[in-house]
Write a protein that binds this ligand. Structure first.
Ligand code: NAP
Length: 234
């Protein structure tokens, strides 16, 4: 088994590069056809990871929606939806969040050491809480997931998490969907934070596909030599 899963980052952003707006209301950056495409990528994954801020702000269910895809997973001997994973420094997550309550698959919380015992007391009955060191190192986290049998990991944001996978050189594939509008407010969350990214003007990423999906466009980038052109192409 590889020492880490195949890692696919997926996100939607505005034309001006924002993942969300500034209000509490969730910003819809995709359309129905693209949500269905994302559902297909989820169904092909062993686990889905989001950062703790996304769990708190968006309260996502992170389930496969299509009954057909759920059945296909069952026929492969898998649960209808992938394992859910999050990462937190402070451990401030609501045990009643959809992350924990929705679906039968295992939920794994990688928690920085100082907060791990408290986190285990609070939501250890609904999730596996892993004391992940301090600070949590994403290369270590990826190796730990491989040890738990996760071969394909889909990362669905937010920006803090995407930044760390990218700057650590841990991403194999990026799906970037651009919605046809601007947010126009620098208080909103950008796709990534500042950082030293392996791809720059002297080392360009490989654009593997451009696909128009209604009024949005999907850009697929191959980010490593592990890039699997068939796997994320649904
Ligand atoms: N458009 C999209 O596709 C999309 C997808 C997902 C999310 N979003 C949006 O993105 C926004 C959230 O993004 P975000 O960047 O603020 O947050 P995020 O990446 O979702 O989560 C950040 C949190 O993850 C934890 N974390 C990150 N790195 C860590 C590390 N090395 N060690 C320990 N914990 C770590 C911390 O949790 P604690 O604070 O608990 O310590 C940190 O505050 C939301 O507005 C959401 O709507 C958009």
């Amino acid at each position: 088994m590889a020492d880490r899963p195949y890692i696919l980052l997926s996100c939607g952003m505005s034309i001006d590069g924002y993942l969300s707006g500034v209000t509490d209301q969730r910003l819809l950056l995709s359309n129905d056809a693209d949500f269905d495409r994302v559902d297909g990528v989820r169904a092909a994954s062993d686990a889905i990871l989001v950062g703790a801020m996304t769990v708190r702000r968006d309260n996502p269910r992170l389930l496969v929606r299509s009954a057909t895809r759920q059945d296909e997973r069952r026929s492969r001997g898998e649960l209808p939806s992938p394992v859910k994973v999050t990462v937190t420094r402070g451990g401030q997550l609501d045990p009643c969040a959809q992350f924990f309550l929705a679906g039968d698959a295992e939920k794994i919380v990688y928690c920085a050491s100082p907060a791990a015992a408290d986190a285990d007391a609070r939501f250890g009955r609904v999730a596996t809480v892993v004391d992940a060191g301090d600070p949590v190192d994403f290369a270590w986290l990826a190796e730990d997931l491989a040890g738990r049998g996760i071969e394909r990991l889909m990362v669905e944001g937010g920006g803090t998490v995407h930044t760390q996978f990218l700057t650590a050189g841990l991403a194999d594939e990026l799906h970037l969907v651009v919605a046809p509008f601007f947010v126009g407010d620098s208080r909103a969350r950008r796709f990534v934070s500042d950082g030293a990214f392996p791809w720059n003007a002297d080392h360009r990423a490989t654009l593997a596909e451009v696909r128009q999906i209604g009024d949005v466009v999907l850009l697929r980038y191959a980010l490593s030599d592990r890039f699997d052109n068939g796997a994320g192409a649904e």
